[in-house]
Design a protein around this ligand. Sequence first.
Ligand code: 3EB
Length: 327
Amino acid sequence: MVVTEAGLIKPASRAGIRISASASSGSEALMRFAFDQPRPGFDQIGLELLGGDQVEEHWLIPAKAESGRHGDLRFCQADHLLYIACECADDGRTDPAGMTERLYGEILALAKMQGCPTLIRAWNFMPAINRGEGDDERYRRFCLGRARALEAAGIGDRELCAGTAIGGDDPHLRVMVLTGRHGGINIENPRQVSAYRYPRIYGPRSPSFARATAIGQPDGSAFLMISGTASVVGHRTLHEGDLEAQTAEIIVNLDTVLKESTQRLRRPALGEFGVHSLLRAYVRHAEHWPQVREQLRSAWPDTPVIGLRGDICRSDLLVEIEAVTSG
Ligand code: 3EB
């Protein structure tokens, strides 16, 4: 993937991706998330929906999509994009490192086999993410398994993608990955140390994700996927125990990623979220959702938001927000 002098990104596929709150005629769904209730054929993330502007998320593509199964993996492929999802029973008590390494190994092998080996976006959900002390914390063990699988597949720090890792109460490890024949462009946040360079104090292997990944659209615009973003500056958590301050810090972090993307990709339209964007907020305590929603409404009044109850992967973090936008 190349950004030319003019800031143009080579399209990731011949068809463009669009996110929508519902199905739409003329487009096929590459990925669908239903947050409110189990619905056949929809991907569940196993978190409680707290509210917001929509109850489903459809990632649509104007191309024929073909679905299939491969062992424990489900996949959907359209044009040069491939979505792979899987869920594994996880009681929240066993060490997730081995299971994560195996699952990621299978996902990366399938992606390669299907001709879409490059990571574009990943989500990870698991129970009891903060259980365990120090390096035994389940999130840290998950990071170890993921890092080993990526390493075995020859995927380096430059080839990571935007990510989310959240804990919930549902007893499954769920991994969802969007890959492509061609990759995207990764954007880091100048206020934050890249997660893949976090120091040893956060675990035996650094988290394998980029702060954001952009892919080119056939019309020359960019589709930007921003990772789960928390109140982290440098590599440290800020505002422990203070919801309002953590949310304000996240808003600054998201704004910084937008500004960085605008400059790197030379697309002024990426500078602000709007009606065409979508925010997903994960809050550790359900009663915190109204406050987060209010702060997001003040920052970006027109932007749709979805609120979910989830545990953030550092126990001192109360809220994390991911985003999709285009321009
Ligand atoms: C952080 O900034 C918050 O391990 O895939 C955010 C998004 C976080 C993704 C991951 C972790 C992950 O470090 C944590």
